[in-house]
Design a protein around this ligand. Structure first.
Ligand SMILES: C[S@@+](CC[C@H](N)C(=O)[O-])C[C@H]1O[C@@H](n2cnc3c(N)ncnc32)[C@H](O)[C@@H]1O
Length: 365
């Protein structure tokens, strides 16, 4: 088996979707290979037919431009049958025989899958990092001081006996350990769902986009708002929110004076005071129906920007998302404005993906 591959970390259970996405995207870019994955393992390997294409392949798109991967690592070596004693020595021995892919690396990260089994490796990985870092510095693989501007070396233990060694490049990678950004649940928020929208706001929008989309004093509509976790995030940022749902919105939000609750159907509701800055939607509905509704609001200028979830079916999840998004993007492309569109399976998402659509004028792109 080739050890030159792209390693994609994902949520356990999403290996097939990650494999389908990488096979399709890298295939389109003529970076041919084949995926290998195990159900619920939390990662996949896309083995390249041509080892010389590794850097070219990892530069095809950044992880934040993909849907299911949490991190994408360019793997150039795999160790199997690692003995218990002197694991550092075994890693160094392999590296000695390899042509360095870059003159020097700026950081190392020792990682493991985000699974129950992976958790048993966490403590070992943490402890292993210190002696390995020292040894790599001595061997000239790592800068004396941490340097985030240089490629990062990843040692990914899929078990105590097998590890993959690879790299990520600064602008293409997630900066987070395991590709996971854990957020603290705000104790005054009405539901855990609040973390989904916060994750989207901080990890999918650039600082500039956040300022633009979340204008203090701006207006938003939240479709499927109850009990109010998403509305909470918007109110926290000083926005006025029309919260649409037949359920109840938390009193703590109603008492802010920034929320207007309408017990109405999200599919027929229209903004009360004309165009809003932001439409958000977390209704549990078919992805194509939600995508069509979001398109209507954007095309008809009822909203400037939109952030929403597409709830995923059990099977063919990648294909379902691509289908819904292709139709929506087709409608947006026909407009005068330009749109920055991202789709991500975020750490705080469950069986759903999050879509952010930020409107810009065509000259800004
Ligand atoms: C996942 S929950 C939303 C949770 C919310 N985002 C939060 O953070 O608290 C989905 C909500 O969508 C509402 N919903 C489903 N279909 C709807 C529709 N057609 N119109 C309005 N609300 C709808 C449900 O009543 C439910 O409260």
């Amino acid at each position: 088996m080739s050890s030159t591959s792209i390693l994609g970390y994902c949520r356990p259970g999403y290996e097939n979707d990650t494999a389908n996405e990488l096979t399709s995207r890298y295939g389109e870019a003529q970076c041919y290979g084949y995926p290998v994955s195990k159900k619920n393992s939390g990662f996949i390997l896309y083995h390249l037919y041509d080892a010389a294409q590794l850097e070219h392949t990892i530069k095809q798109f950044a992880v934040h431009e993909s849907i299911f991967p949490r991190q994408l690592v360019a793997v150039f070596a795999t160790l199997t049958d690692i003995a218990k004693e002197d694991r550092v020595g075994q890693v160094l021995e392999v590296l000695q025989d390899i042509d360095k892919p870059f003159p020097i690396f700026g950081v190392i990260d020792v990682e493991y899958p985000d699974t129950e089994e992976g958790k048993t490796l966490a403590k070992f990985c943490r402890k292993f990092t210190v002696p390995l870092r020292q040894a790599l510095r001595k061997a000239g693989w790592l800068t004396a001081k941490e340097n985030l501007g240089k490629p990062k070396l990843h040692i990914f233990f899929e078990s105590f006996e097998t590890c993959h060694i690879g790299y990520t490049l600064p602008n293409y990678a997630s900066p987070d350990h395991l590709g996971i950004c854990r957020l603290k649940f705000p104790s005054d928020a009405p539901s855990r769902s609040t973390l989904k929208l916060e994750d989207a706001l901080v990890n999918m929008l650039t600082d500039k986009q956040q300022t633009k989309v979340l204008r203090d004093g701006g207006r938003a509509v939240d479709l499927g708002a109850c009990p109010g976790g998403w509305t909470y995030q918007l109110v926290k940022r000083g926005m006025y929110v029309e919260a649409i749902d037949n359920g109840l919105v938390a009193d703590s939000l109603m008492s802010t004076g920034l929320v207007e609750h309408h017990a109405a159907d999200g599919f027929t509701y229209r903004p009360q005071f004309g165009r809003v800055d932001l439409l958000v939607c977390d209704m549990i509905e078919q992805p194509d129906r939600v995508a069509k509704l979001m398109g209507d609001w954007l095309v008809k200028h009822w909203t400037t920007h939109a952030i929403f979830n597409l709830k995923l079916p059990m099977k063919q999840r990648y294909e379902t998302v691509v289908e819904a998004m292709t139709v929506l993007k087709g409608r947006l492309n026909a407009l005068e404005d330009a749109f920055a569109v991202k789709v991500r399976h975020l750490y705080h998402d469950r069986d759903e993906v999050t879509v952010t659509i930020v409107r810009t004028s065509k000259d800004e792109v």
